[in-house]
Ligand binder design. Structure first.
Ligand code: GLU
Length: 300
């Protein structure tokens, strides 16, 4: 009889959009780069909808994003998962951290934090006020995780070695918000582990979050994926493209042109549009065969 073998994929990547509006050139770049990197490496590409923040969501945009990906010919593996349906799993992770006395309640207002903190690379560095005072747990409170000052290092696929010391650079960060919602940092770590993600390709706006995620992975006993942080597309004012900064939705009547723009932004050198004829699969065939991550101009 054969012993059961655990299948460990060589490469499992993902695209994890927040449904805050339709796909635009900025999010398309992330989708295309994560897709091509997975396909080039004979890997799987998964899609996860990060819909925990109800206030930022636009109804219908998750379906619209998925429809756009499908129409662009980007096939994902397995079921799409929705963070809003996974609250129990996040609570279990939080319980694990709480059992180790790493979590504490925080009732500080934004103003209180701003008035009492120095500003770090990602906003105010929380000075641990609530760790040092008794908290009435009946008051609405966030939950923070205790950080330490050990050096967290990782090798980014484009940028080389990156490092942070969480206590110095970030401070104890929120893992569950005062409105009861699980924080992005916790949910993303649980989901990446649960989905067996081995490679994360995403925007450089999340580079500073990666050490927090590695910290949580270590505490929860999860493997750390390999990270590659892409340049982000900006508008004329230098702001990251988003619905708020006026990004235009991807126009499906012109799908190949939009895909070509994404490839150009990623430093790839696709032949002119005509060569892809009418069929989008020709585009993907070319793009997968010619994908070169080291051509991405990351110092944009
Ligand atoms: N949901 C995040 C976004 O849409 C991406 C998170 C991630 O890739 O880790 O910006």
């Amino acid at each position: 009889m054969c012993a059961a073998q655990t299948f460990v994929p060589k490469y499992r990547g993902r695209f994890a959009p927040s449904p805050t509006g339709p796909l635009h050139l900025g999010s398309l770049v992330t989708a295309v780069a994560s897709y091509l990197d997975a396909k080039f490496n004979n890997g799987e590409w998964l899609v996860r909808i990060e819909d925990l923040d109800v206030q930022r969501q636009v109804p219908g945009s998750a379906d619209r994003i998925l429809y756009t990906l499908e129409r662009l010919g980007m096939e994902w593996s397995g079921e799409v998962i929705y963070q809003s349906k996974r609250l129990k799993i996040y609570q279990e992770a939080l319980d694990t951290l709480a059992r180790r006395n790493l979590i504490y309640p925080c009732i500080c207002s934004r103003k209180e934090i701003a008035d009492s903190s120095t500003v770090g690379i990602n906003g105010p560095i929380y000075p641990g006020t609530c760790l040092k005072r008794p908290i009435d747990s009946l008051r609405p409170h966030a939950l923070r995780i205790c950080t330490d000052n050990n050096l967290i290092e990782f090798k980014d696929g484009l940028r080389g070695m990156c490092s942070q010391r969480l206590s110095n650079d970030i401070g104890d960060f929120v893992v569950r918000r005062a409105d009861g919602m699980y924080a992005y940092q916790l949910a993303v770590v649980v989901d990446d582990a649960d989905q067996g993600i081995t490679h994360v390709v995403r925007g450089v706006d999340l580079l500073d979050s990666t050490p927090r995620q590695i910290y949580l992975q270590k505490l929860l006993g999860y493997a750390t994926p390999k990270y590659t942080h892409l340049p982000v597309v900006t508008n004329r004012q230098g702001e990251k493209l988003s619905k708020q900064t006026g990004a235009k939705p991807i126009d499906l009547s012109n799908a190949r042109r939009q895909l070509l723009s994404a490839l150009h932004f990623l430093g790839q050198e696709p032949p002119s549009l005509e060569i892809f004829e009418a069929d989008i699969s020709c585009f993907w065939q070319w793009a997968c065969n010619h994908w070169q991550v080291n051509k991405i101009p990351y110092r944009l």
